[in-house]
Every structure is written in structure tokens, then in C-alpha cells.
Design a protein around this ligand. Structure first.
Ligand SMILES: [Fe+2]
Ligand SMILES: [Fe+2]
Length: 182
């Protein structure tokens, strides 16, 4: 059965795959068509949903467990949470922009580099601290909580994005947006 590290790794791989896809372009500067830019914006929204879900469940279930491991646990947690708060600010800015806006690629490039650094920091510096301090059984229990909360939260975030799309008059997810009642 999956433990906390399996669940987090799966999320990290998903986010990294989406970022690599965005990195492959094409961007507005490289001559992307209107529909390519729309797809780029939609994929960025998926990154925002996945990332928001992931960091929220980490802050709820993962970091408190790391903090319980003492001084080193507190050190890595403080640093990681500060990285997560920075990411939250950048994603909120990115959410307001279209893929054709001038600032969009600058923010996305910065976020991509920071997200890779954050993931590496967690896997290389935070995971070993927790792994050394908990049993396999505890690792599975935390993994279950993370997994369940992640599924619920992703659903809520996706619904919020439907609202957001209706409010701004955009039509990126027409099937689901059409079924959604305000
Ligand atoms: Fe994180
Ligand atoms: Fe993470």
C-alpha cells in the first residue's frame, strides 16, 4: 500500500510533467496560435489546481509530522513553507493573466524553476528527516490522509475554477461549466 512518500512522489511527478509540457511551448513570443494559447492557459490552470491541492495537504498533514521530528524538522519545515507561500503568490498572479500577456511567461518560467527546487528540497532534505523518525505503519497512515484529502480538495478547486470561468466569460471547460449551477 502507498505510504506518504509514494503519494507525494506521484504528485511531484505529475506537476513536473505538466511543467515540462508547458516548457516545450509554443509561447506567444514563439508565434503560438490563439487556440494554442488557450490550451497553454488551461494547462497552467491545471498546474495551479494540482499545486494548490498538493501544498494544502502537505501543510495540513505532512509538515506537522516533520515538525514533530525536532530541530531539524522545524528547520526544513520553515524553509519549505516559506517556498510554498512564495509559490502561492506567484500562482495567484499567474491566474489573473492570459497566456498572451507579457508577464505570463516571465512568471511561469520563475515558478517552474522554483517548483523544481522546492520539490528537490523536499525529497532530498525533508523526506529523510521524517523517514528516520516514523514507522512504516505511520508512513502509510499519513499517506492515506494525504491521498483522501487530496482527492476531495482537487474536486473543490476544480469547481472553483468552473465558477471563475463562468464569471470571466471564458469557455475553456464547456462541458463541465455548462452543468455547473451558480
Ligand atoms: Fe511543498
Ligand atoms: Fe511537495
Amino acid at each position: 500500500m502507498a505510504d506518504v512518500f509514494d503519494v507525494l512522489r506521484q504528485d511531484h511527478e505529475e506537476v513536473k510533467a505538466m511543467l515540462a509540457k508547458l516548457e516545450a511551448g509554443p509561447t506567444a513570443a514563439a508565434g503560438a496560435t490563439a487556440s494554442q494559447l488557450e490550451g497553454r492557459k488551461k494547462l497552467t490552470e491545471q498546474v495551479i489546481i494540482e499545486e494548490s491541492k498538493h501544498e494544502a495537504v502537505e501543510e495540513e498533514y505532512f509538515w506537522p509530522a516533520v515538525r514533530e521530528q525536532g530541530a531539524e524538522g522545524n528547520r526544513v519545515t520553515d524553509r519549505a513553507i516559506s517556498q510554498e507561500q512564495d509559490a502561492k503568490r506567484v500562482l495567484a498572479e499567474l491566474d489573473k493573466l492570459g497566456a498572451g500577456d507579457q508577464q505570463f511567461e516571465r512568471l511561469l518560467t520563475g515558478f517552474t524553476a522554483d517548483a523544481r527546487e522546492h520539490i528537490a528540497f523536499e525529497e532530498e532534505q525533508a523526506w529523510p528527516v521524517l523517514r528516520a523518525g516514523i514507522s512504516a505503519e505511520q508512513a502509510r497512515e499519513i499517506g492515506e490522509k494525504l491521498f483522501g484529502a487530496g482527492i476531495a480538495l482537487r474536486r473543490i478547486l476544480a469547481q472553483q475554477f468552473d465558477h471563475h470561468l463562468i464569471e470571466t466569460g471564458r469557455d475553456l471547460w464547456p462541458k463541465r461549466a455548462g452543468q455547473w449551477r451558480l
